[in-house]
Design a protein around this ligand. Structure first.
Ligand code: DC
Length: 207
């Protein structure tokens, strides 16, 4: 059963590799609402800058096809995404699409860094999904190794910490929990436990 026909936004923010994506996909399936991984927008823009396209130009010309590029999940693209994400004009070029998605009829879950604070401050549910940097780096290392990327823990941890510092320290829409967000620390949780905690939060706020 869907949540409701009226807009019902679930905002899931948090740092890299905390489990936002897994939790958001599970919430979308459970409540039968649409899901947008907003990091993909920044990754697609970051990917274009690696080919020499200007960040603002890339953001303003972004199309759905750009989100289906195969190599958006690499560490290089992640860092490029975090770099373009500090540019106010890039963020404003991506605002309307995210905003419209958030308030679509039937409900939506969006995961990112600024969903509960900037894109949809009136979201009915706001979750801040986090975990220690060490745990997040271990998980990311596992994903990268599984995908065939040669790397090591120290490098992945340094990448995670660099991205945290940039995402939390930027002037425009820095990563931080909204005042009314519920924090889920997944450091010591299994995926099933983290998803259960998120589902319980959404259920509490349904009327
Ligand atoms: O969630 P992710 O790792 O795919 O995000 C990649 C980068 O994009 C992240 O380091 C910062 C940026 N980003 C952002 O600034 N705002 C969002 N809502 C989503 C991602």
């Amino acid at each position: 059963m869907t949540l409701t026909y009226a807009p019902f936004t679930i905002a899931v923010d948090g740092p890299a590799a905390a489990g936002k994506g897994t939790i958001s996909k599970a919430l979308a399936r459970h409540f039968m609402v649409a899901h947008l991984d907003t990091g993909l927008l920044y990754r697609a823009v970051g990917r274009k800058t690696l080919d020499g396209v200007g960040a603002i130009e890339a953001a303003q010309a972004l199309t759905a096809d750009d989100l289906h590029t195969d190599d958006l999940r690499t560490p290089e693209v992640a860092q490029a995404a975090s770099r373009v994400a500090v540019i106010a004009e890039v963020r404003s070029a991506l605002f309307d699409f995210q905003r419209a998605f958030a308030r679509r009829a039937g409900g939506a879950v969006l995961d990112g860094r600024d969903i509960g604070t900037v894109i949809c401050p009136e979201a009915e549910v706001k979750l801040y999904v986090t975990a220690s940097a060490q745990v997040r780096a271990m998980r990311r290392l596992q994903e990268l190794t599984d995908a065939g990327h040669a790397t090591d823990f120290a490098r992945v941890l340094a990448d995670v910490e660099a991205r945290d510092a940039r995402d939390m320290g930027r002037a425009d829409s820095p990563l931080r929990p909204a005042e009314d967000a519920v924090t889920i620390d997944t450091s010591d949780l299994t995926i099933a436990q983290a998803v259960d905690a998120a589902v319980a939060q959404v259920n509490q706020r349904r009327t």
